[in-house]
Design a protein around this ligand. Sequence first.
Ligand SMILES: Nc1ncnc2c1ncn2[C@@H]1O[C@H](COP(=O)(O)OP(=O)(O)OP(=O)(O)O)[C@@H](O)[C@H]1O
Length: 448
Amino acid sequence: MTGGQIAAFIGLALIVAGLLVLRRLRPVWYWVAFGAPAKLVRIAITYRSVMEACGLTEPPSRLRLAVAAAAKRTASRMVPRLTRARITASGLVLRIKMQPGQEVHDFETATERLRHSWRSYAVHVTALTPGWLQVRVIGYDVLRRVVMPRTATPKLLSVPVALRSDGAVHMRDFRTIAHELVMGATESGKSVYLRGLLTGLAAQPVALVGIDCKWGVELAPFSPRLSALACTPGEAADLLDALVTEMTERYELIRTVQRLAPGSSPESITSDIWGLPEDTRPVPVVVFIDEVAELFLTASAADEKRRDQMVTQLVRLAQLGRAAGIYLEVCGQRFGAELGKGATALRAQLTGRISHRVNDETTAKMALGDISPVAVVAATTIGPDQRGVAVAGDSSGGWSLVRSPFTGLADAVAACTEHAHLTPSVPSLDPFRPAAPSRGFALVADKD
Ligand SMILES: Nc1ncnc2c1ncn2[C@@H]1O[C@H](COP(=O)(O)OP(=O)(O)OP(=O)(O)O)[C@@H](O)[C@H]1O
């Protein structure tokens, strides 16, 4: 071998090694620069044969048969028409026009075959207008290293909290889904999810309230941005009473505005705070409850009375809070009927569901059983090494696999400190406003 050949060989080896490192460490860059163009070419070349192999073609139409007969050749089967292909950070988005006789379900059942044929990580099919569908070909495991797209921007009460396995952004939109239940075993990623949500909301004109009966270890670090915090069941009971009083006052305010000027225009009539004029509209309140089971536990008869009162107030907030701009984000390891009176009623009101890894199928059923049996199975297959991966569903039956980007405790504390000046004062919650933690506390948080 000559010196030049050796140099060329080493150069080639370095390029290949560099590409492998890039693919591992920066999968998005690798995909956009190399993976996507190669995949696009593969799909363009193999499209027809893959559709035939996957059983996604239809017999020729009469017109086609007649034309073929006139030309003395055999008519080919009709292939769904690929009209557009777009490269995204996670894969390719294909727009396909189906042939007469085809339905979206045909493509849904063929996703595994398409995935293997196109050597892709996953294939997702979505119906568009009648006759049209969208096929998302996912190039790599987007949940392994979550990178939120730049287009994912937060809006008032709507925070991009996680990435879906199909590369889309999962938004936590409180105005669409007022209350949510976040479940998962220990070390499954609940706190990281809550931190991300809290960090997103910290920059918005929203009052944040924490109920953390684990002596505040999870939520107390965010004190600079919290309008109220309860760290024991006793404090939680008083805070829930105050929240119900606040809700009642808001309903009275809405009613007062409704009664204004008998001749007022129909557009000014409102049944929630969002229809109120901006200068009178109360600030929205998001209540974070960490480890909800702690609120249900009792050790004595006196505790039981307090528990019943707390649960009643929680159910009232969940039933009526949305119109008053009070939203619940409830977190726990288990949330079944065994927790006692009111648990099932409360769970039924929590429309949004996030289930991280769970210890058993029963727990997955508590979170997702009333959404979809397939979602339950998906939640039970999340492994211990997949921290932060969860099944997100809502009671409409839709669900997807998601993972939140990692938000460290120090980052969340820094965001809360930076936006501390935005903390709204809600007079009825002022007695529960936490004192800002000392610097020493912040340093402990930094170590996370
Ligand atoms: N989205 C994520 N991305 C990367 N790592 C994560 C993610 N979520 C969680 N983890 C890892 O898992 C660890 C445990 O997560 P977390 O503290 O959120 O679990 P948890 O469910 O709140 O546990 P516990 O119930 O014991 O408080 C984190 O310290 C982090 O290392």
